[in-house]
Design a protein around this ligand. Structure first.
Ligand code: KIV
Length: 291
C-alpha cells in the first residue's frame, strides 16, 4: 500500500496538513475480495481508533479504521459495550475522521441504536454519519439483522456486518468465549454471515470462532471477511489497537502484542514523578527566563 501524506507532528493536537491524496472507498474495499482471489490484492488491514492522534498515526498503515464500541471498555472503563451511546460513538468517530486521510472510517452502531427496526437503524446510522463524516457503519448480528442491512444499504449507508462472537450480546451469550464449537452453532454462524453478505454488507467481521467456520465463510461469501480471533485465511484482520500495542497486561489469546505500551507509560510516569519529587524537573531548559 502506498500513501503520500506527511503528518505534521508540530501540530500534534490539530489536523495535520495533508498532501493531496485520495481516501480509500467502500467499493474499493468490497472489490478487494476479487483481487485477493485473483492473487493481485493484499489482505485488508483494519485497526480500531478512537482519538485523533491515534488515527493520525495509524491511518497511513491501514485500509480501514474502526471506531469500535470497544471504546466503552478501552477509553471509558465500562464493564462491556452495552452502555455505550450514540453520542459517544459520534464524538469519537468525528475525531478519527479529522485525524485520517487515507483509511475508510467505519463506526460501530452501539447496542440499542439499531435492533428495534430498520427505521431506527437508519436514523441512528444517519446521525452517526452526519455528526462524524464516517463512511460506513458496523452492526452486530446475522439473519435477524439482514433486513436492516438491506434497508440501510439500499438507502446509501454502507454496512459492515459482524458475526460469531458479538460482544453486544454478552448477556445472552454468557461470556466472551469462542463460538461455534457445536455443529448447530457453527451452521448458525455461517448462515448469519451469508445472510448479511447477501443483504448488502460490503464486508463482514468474523469474531471469536473456531477456525473452520471462518474459512468456510471466507470461501463462500462474495464480500471480504475481516477476522479477529478467526483465521489467517480471512480476507483481512482487525485488532483493538490498544490490545495490539500492549496497553493491557492481559489480552485474549487471539491478540498479538506488538509492544509494551503499558510498561512504556508506567516507566515514564515513574521517571517523571521521581524528577518532580527530587526537583530535577523542570530545569532551565523548560523554564522561561525574563527578557
Ligand atoms: O468494537 C470493536 O472494537 C470491534 C472489533 C473488535 C471488531 O467490534
Amino acid at each position: 500500500m502506498s500513501t503520500t501524506f506527511t503528518i505534521n507532528s508540530a501540530t500534534s493536537r490539530a489536523n495535520p496538513v495533508s498532501a493531496p491524496m485520495k481516501r480509500l472507498t467502500v467499493p474499493a474495499v468490497r472489490d478487494r475480495k476479487a483481487k485477493i482471489a485473483a492473487g493481485t490484492g493484499e489482505p485488508l488491514v483494519m485497526l480500531t481508533a478512537y482519538t485523533v492522534r491515534m488515527a493520525q498515526l495509524m491511518d497511513p498503515h491501514c485500509d480501514l479504521l474502526l471506531v469500535g464500541d470497544s471504546l466503552g471498555q478501552v477509553i471509558y472503563g465500562l464493564p462491556s459495550t452495552v452502555p455505550v451511546t450514540l453520542e459517544m460513538m459520534a464524538a469519537h468517530a468525528a475525531a478519527v475522521v479529522r485525524g485520517s486521510y487515507h483509511a475508510v472510517v467505519v463506526v460501530d452502531m452501539p447496542f440499542g441504536s439499531y435492533e428495534a427496526s430498520p427505521q431506527q437503524a437508519f436514523e441512528s446510522a444517519a446521525y452517526l454519519m452526519k455528526q462524524s463524516g464516517a463512511a460506513a457503519v458496523k452492526l452486530e448480528g446475522g439473519v435477524a439483522m439482514a433486513p436492516t442491512v438491506a434497508f440501510l444499504s439500499e438507502r446509501g449507508i454502507p454496512v459492515m456486518g459482524h458475526v460469531g462472537l458479538t460482544p453486544q450480546a454478552v448477556n445472552a451469550l454468557g461470556g466472551y468465549g469462542a463460538r461455534g464449537r457445536s455443529q448447530a452453532e457453527a451452521d448458525k454462524i455461517v448462515g448469519d454471515a451469508r445472510a448479511v453478505a447477501e443483504a448488502g454488507a460490503f464486508a463482514v467481521v468474523i469474531e471469536g470462532v473456531v477456525e473452520p467456520i471462518a474459512i468456510e465463510i471466507t470461501n463462500t461469501v462474495a464480500v471480504p471477511t475481516i477476522g479477529i480471533g478467526a483465521s489467517a485465511q480471512c480476507d483481512g484482520q482487525v485488532l483493538v489497537a490498544e490490545d495490539m500495542l500492549g496497553l493491557f497486561e492481559r489480552v485474549p489469546r487471539f491478540v498479538k502484542r506488538y509492544g509494551d505500551m503499558a510498561g512504556f507509560v508506567a516507566e515514564r510516569a515513574q521517571a517523571y514523578a521521581a524528577e518532580v519529587r527530587s526537583r530535577a524537573f523542570p530545569t532551565d531548559e523548560q523554564t522561561y527566563a525574563p527578557r
